[in-house]
Design a protein around this ligand. Structure first.
Ligand SMILES: C[S@@+](CC[C@H](N)C(=O)[O-])C[C@H]1O[C@@H](n2cnc3c(N)ncnc32)[C@H](O)[C@@H]1O
Length: 280
C-alpha cells in the first residue's frame, strides 16, 4: 500500500483544515474488523491504486529487484502477495521462473490477464499457509508494496515470515518492501484529499496507535460513479523490529535501503527495502 502518500506530502498537510468529507460525514459502513483484508482487495482497491502505477515505474522497480537478487535466468521466484501481478509478469519476462500467490480472487484474475505460461503461474493462497509442496522451492521471495502487517494478531506476521523462510532454499533471499514506521511517524500526514479525473473527491483520514503499531486509514469516495467508505489497517514496523522478526524466522537482514533507491534506509524513510537471506 502506498505509505509514501501518507508520509511524503508534508508540503500539503492541511493541518487544522478539515476535509469537508471526512469531518462531517456519518459513517455509512462500520469500521472494518480484524479480517478487513479478506474483502478489501477488490475492484475498489484497483480503482484507488491502479492510477498510481505505470508500466515504466513497475519496470524500474523490477530492474532494481533484479540488481539486488543477482540470480541467473531460470531462478525460481515467488511474488507473495502478488496482487494484480505488476511485478510477477515482469520478473517472468526477465527470464525467471515465477509463482505469484495472493488471497484475492479479483486481483489474481487481473494478474492472469497480463499473461500466464510455463514460467508464470498464479495460485490463490493465504500467505500464512503457503502450499506444503513449496518447501525449499524458491531462490527468492519478494514481498512488495506494504503487503505485510494486515493481521490482527502479530503472531500471524511472524508466521508469514516463517512461511517465506520455509519455501526458500537454504541461502535464498527475501526482498521485503513496505512502510517504515520511523519515517511514516517522522512525516505523518493525518488527512488529505484530492480529486480524480472524473471529478470524484477522495478524502483520507489516518490515525496511528503506538501500542499496537496499527495505522488506520479511512477513505471516503464521493463522485458521479461512486459513493463509498473504505477502511484498512496496517501494523507498521521499524526496520529494527522487522529485522528482529525476520531473524526469529531464520532470515538475516543483510542490507536495508530507502525504498527502491540505492541509499541506505534512514530515520525519515517512509518506505524501506530489506534484503534478508535464509540461514544455511
Ligand atoms: C497492497 S497489495 C500489493 C500487491 C502487490 N505486491 C503489488 O505490489 O501490487 C497487498 C496484497 O496482499 C494481498 N493479501 C492480503 N491478505 C493476504 C493474505 N492473508 N494472504 C495472501 N495475500 C493477501 C491482497 O489481496 C493484495 O493483493
Amino acid at each position: 500500500m502506498c505509505l509514501a502518500r501518507i508520509a511524503n506530502r508534508s508540503s500539503f498537510d492541511p493541518g487544522s483544515r478539515r476535509s469537508p468529507l471526512v469531518s462531517t460525514r456519518k459513517r455509512t459502513t462500520p469500521a472494518t474488523g480484524g479480517d478487513w483484508w479478506r474483502t478489501y482487495f477488490d475492484a475498489g482497491y484497483l480503482r484507488e491504486y491502479e492510477p498510481m502505477f505505470d508500466f515504466a515505474g513497475d519496470r524500474a522497480q523490477v530492474a532494481r529487484l533484479m540488481e539486488l537478487l543477482e540470480l541467473p535466468s531460470g531462478a525460481r521466484v515467488l511474488d507473495c502477495p502478488c496482487g494484480q501481478g505488476r511485478h510477477a509478469h515482469l520478473l517472468a519476462e526477465a527470464g525467471f521462473n515465477v509463482d505469484g500467490a495472493d488471497y484475492s480472487a479479483p486481483l489474481l484474475a487481473a494478474a492472469r490477464t497480463r499473461g500466464t505460461g510455463r514460467t508464470l503461474r498464479y495460485t490463490k493462497a493465504d500467505m500464512r499457509r503457503l502450499p506444503p509442496a513449496w518447501t525449499g522451492r524458491f531462490d527468492a521471495v519478494v514481498n512488495l508494496f506494504t503487503s505485510f502487517g494486515f493481521f490482527a494478531d502479530p503472531r500471524d506476521d511472524a508466521k508469514t515470515l516463517r512461511e517465506f523462510a520455509r519455501v526458500l532454499k537454504p541461502g535464498g533471499v527475501l526482498l521485503w518492501h513496505g512502510g517504515d514506521r520511523d519515517g511514516v511517524m517522522a512525516k505523518f500526514l493525518s488527512r488529505d484529499w484530492w480529486t480524480t479525473a472524473d471529478g470524484t473527491v477522495v478524502a483520507q483520514e489516518r490515525s496511528f496507535d503506538p501500542l499496537s503499531g496499527f495505522l488506520t486509514v479511512e477513505s471516503v469516495w464521493r463522485g458521479p460513479k461512486v459513493n463509498e467508505d473504505r477502511t484498512h489497517r496496517i501494523r507498521l514496523y521499524t526496520p529494527t523490529q522487522l529485522a528482529d522478526l525476520m531473524r526469529d524466522a531464520g532470515l538475516i537482514v543483510e542490507q536495508a535501503f530507502d525504498a527502491f533507491t540505492e541509499q541506505p534506509v534512514n530515520r525519515r524513510s517512509s518506505e524501506m527495502l530489506l534484503v534478508a537471506r535464509k540461514d544455511g
